[in-house]
Structures are given as structure tokens and as C-alpha cells.
Design a binder for this molecule. Structure first.
Ligand SMILES: [Zn+2]
Length: 254
């Protein structure tokens, strides 16, 4: 399996043999999981379809194969491609869309990406500390100014009173219902296209995850935390993730 390396990881790119090649990248080594800089020589003959080269990890000295698949050519005939690394591993990727959105401030994005990096580097304590910091960043970006200097549990309570967590779910369910209605009634002017159909299935996935899978994962984490701190686990009602009423009450003081 291949792991995609996004352009944000490119440090240096060079135009060689009519190809815009990433020659220096920052990424997580698939062997030792350290965040390292890899030099990519691209010394094999070009096929202009799929290129490959070997890179050596400066930390563990093991080698990885980099694959570049051509995806576009400029007017001047310079090609560029999508970069992948193999072997793949269970390296955590950031959530799709976080890098691109302008709704998350840069400091919060950096904290989130750092959290992913320390998790991939197997720095467990650092990951828990950074996760808390990201939670604080998320909370602070939503709550009113007057709550920002209070402690985290108070900030979380303020967050729950300030945003309606059930609104995105009802809007999402309504969008899927409307899409289905359009599809069910024959009308040449209003025929669903591929974009609408794919988006609906994506949102269906999100809805199913939120209703059926997320509550279990939250409860699991909660129980493990309770076990670690030596207190009795609290049994959550079924569909705990959906019944948001009273969620503010469950935020404990530290
Ligand atoms: Zn390594």
C-alpha cells in the first residue's frame, strides 16, 4: 500500500528533465516513525507516467521507495505529479480538509498537525498534552471573550451553551432526505448528478458514524480514562453521542 505525501511536506522542488520534482521532503519515516527530511534523487530514467526513487532515512538508515505519478503538464511541457511513499504503515493522516479550510485559525491548525506528528512519532504523553491543547484551541475559537480566561471545564460548558451541536445533524439529515426526494420524482430539470450522489453517500457515512459508531468510541475512551484515574466507569445511555441534552452537565471539574 502507498501513503500519499501532500505538497505541504515538500521542502525543495526542482525542475529537471521537464519534470517538477520534489527533491527534499519532510515526512514520517515508515520504519522508525521519526519525522525526518528525505532527499529524493530521482536518478532512474523517466517514464513520464510513473517515476520512482529510493530515499534513505537519516535516522534509522533504512530505505523507502518514493513513487511519483504524473497528473498534469504545463503549457511549457513541465510535468508534475502526486507523490507516494511505500512501505505504507499505520501512520495517522490529518483529517481531510483541515489544511485547506480558512475556518480554522493557523495556530490551531499547527497545534493539530503537531498532535498528529507526535502520535506518529509514538510520543504518547506529548500526544495527550497536545490533544488537550487542541481541545482548548477549538473551544477558545468558538466561545465569547468573557469565558476565554476561565479554566477548561468552564470553557467547555460555555462552548456547549454557545453552539447548537444538534443543528448540523438535522441539516444533514434534511439534505439527504431532500436529495432522495429529487431522485424519486422524475424531472429532467432536476436530475441528481455524480457530485450530488457522492456527496450524499459521504454525508450518509458521516451520519452513520455519528449515530452508531462514535458513541461507542467515546464511551470506550471515557471508560479507559476512568480506569486510569481509578474511579468507577459511568454507563452511558444508548446513542449517547446523539442525545446532547444535558451534555454540559457531564463536563467534570478537574
Ligand atoms: Zn527511519
Amino acid at each position: 500500500m502507498l501513503r500519499h505525501i501532500p505538497q505541504q511536506c515538500y521542502v525543495v522542488q526542482t525542475i529537471k528533465d521537464n519534470y517538477n520534482l520534489p527533491v527534499s521532503i519532510d515526512t514520517t519515516c515508515p520504519h522508525c516513525r521519526r519525522r525526518v527530511n528525505l532527499s529524493l534523487p530521482w536518478d532512474n530514467p523517466k517514464t513520464y507516467v510513473v517515476e520512482h526513487c529510493q530515499a534513505h532515512c537519516p535516522a534509522c538508515q533504512k530505505s523507502a521507495t518514493l513513487i511519483l505519478m504524473t497528473d498534469s503538464t504545463t503549457d511549457k511541457g513541465v510535468r508534475s505529479g502526486n507523490l507516494f511513499i511505500t512501505p505504507n504503515d499505520d501512520i495517522r493522516q490529518p483529517l481531510t480538509g483541515v489544511a485547506e479550510t480558512n475556518k480554522i485559525e493557523e495556530g490551531l491548525k499547527r497545534a493539530y498537525f503537531s498532535t498528529i506528528n507526535v502520535l506518529n512519532a509514538q510520543e504518547w504523553t506529548a500526544t495527550t498534552i497536545l490533544s488537550r491543547r487542541v481541545l482548548e484551541g477549538i473551544t477558545k475559537s468558538v466561545i465569547a471573550e468573557e469565558h476565554k480566561n476561565k479554566n477548561l471545564p468552564t470553557q467547555i460548558r460555555a462552548l456547549l451553551t454557545q453552539i447548537d451541536l444538534s443543528k448540523p445533524i438535522s441539516t444533514l439529515a434534511d439534505a439527504i432526505r431532500q436529495g432522495g426526494t429529487i431522485g424519486a420524482h422524475f424531472d429532467l430539470e432536476k436530475e441528481p448528478n455524480q457530485e450530488i450522489a457522492s456527496l450524499m453517500v459521504d454525508l450518509l457515512d458521516d451520519l452513520m458514524e455519528y449515530i452508531f459508531i462514535l458513541p461507542g468510541r467515546i464511551q470506550q475512551l471515557h471508560d479507559k480514562m476512568e480506569k486510569l484515574s481509578g474511579t468507577k466507569p459511568v454507563v452511558a445511555p444508548p446513542h449517547a453521542g446523539v442525545s446532547l441534552n444535558g451534555a454540559a452537565k457531564s463536563v467534570k471539574a478537574e
